[in-house]
Design a protein around this ligand. Structure first.
Ligand SMILES: C[S@@+](CC[C@H](N)C(=O)[O-])C[C@H]1O[C@@H](n2cnc3c(N)ncnc32)[C@H](O)[C@@H]1O
Ligand SMILES: [Mg+2]
Length: 223
């Protein structure tokens, strides 16, 4: 296996080659570090991948579960057309405050609705409010709750909705059925549910990079 610093260098190379310099996103990351948020955002090239997926999907309504400082949110919201909307859910008030500041910085406040509180409660509230289905749903919060988030993602889907799950490889621990890590167990249950769910066609891709060895789940709700 190549050393992790090769992964980092290659990530930097990809970003330098393919991603335009972006003072706003750099400022967002700096604001996250200044506020003391953990450095667990998607990488820049993964952020661009989320943006490309949203554009391929022509998404007009996006749901994100797990905002942190809004770094992935901004990549996704930038893919929205005029009148498009993104709802993002975050438990931690400090993360939420930082994200709201970052949305202003990115001039995206009018497109983003940030809801603060446990995501499962917010999702239940959104059901009561009769929230419309989403075109793309990005699940990236507390992994033990992934099974619940998948059920809600299905509730807020229509045929053709794209569902993406982050961090589904976890340094390869995902193959360890005896893991005592509730995040690993949550993601393993997520796989089992996907396997048993005829309404979704899904796959997962392993990734290496500056944030280590991990991966994405990508699925589509069948028509
Ligand atoms: C991995 S971070 C999100 C990273 C972000 N999507 C990005 O790539 O920039 C996970 C976030 O989920 C939040 N979180 C944890 N448990 C939660 C819950 N029960 N409801 C909502 N958010 C939660 C954490 O506070 C954290 O900010
Ligand atoms: Mg993640």
């Amino acid at each position: 296996m190549q050393a992790a610093n090769t992964w980092e260098q290659v990530d930097r190379y990809i970003s330098e080659q393919l991603l335009p310099d972006d003072a706003v996103l750099e400022e967002v990351l700096a604001a996250n570090r200044k506020a003391g948020l953990p450095p667990i955002e998607v990488t820049p090239n993964q952020g661009q991948l989320l943006n490309l997926w949203a554009r391929m999907q022509r998404a007009e309504r996006i749901l994100e579960i797990g905002t942190l400082g809004g770094y992935s949110t901004i990549w996704l919201a930038r893919a929205l057309p005029v009148g498009g909307r993104l709802v993002t859910l975050e438990l931690d008030p400090l993360h939420a405050r930082t994200a709201q500041h970052n949305f202003a910085l990115a001039e995206l406040e009018s497109k983003i609705e940030l809801r603060v509180g446990p995501a499962l409660e917010q999702l239940a509230r959104m059901k009561e409010e009769n929230a419309a289905p989403f075109d793309l749903i990005f699940i990236d919060a507390d992994k033990p709750n992934n099974p619940g988030y998948l059920q809600w993602a299905l509730h807020f889907s229509r045929p053709g909705t794209v569902i993406i799950g982050d961090n589904v490889i976890r340094d390869g621990e995902i193959v360890n059925g005896h893991s005592t890590d509730p995040r690993v167990q949550g993601v393993r249950q997520f796989y089992r549910m996907l396997a048993a769910e005829p309404r979704i066609s899904a796959t997962a891709i392993q990734t290496v990079g500056s944030k280590g060895y991990d991966g994405f789940m990508l699925g589509i709700v069948n028509g």
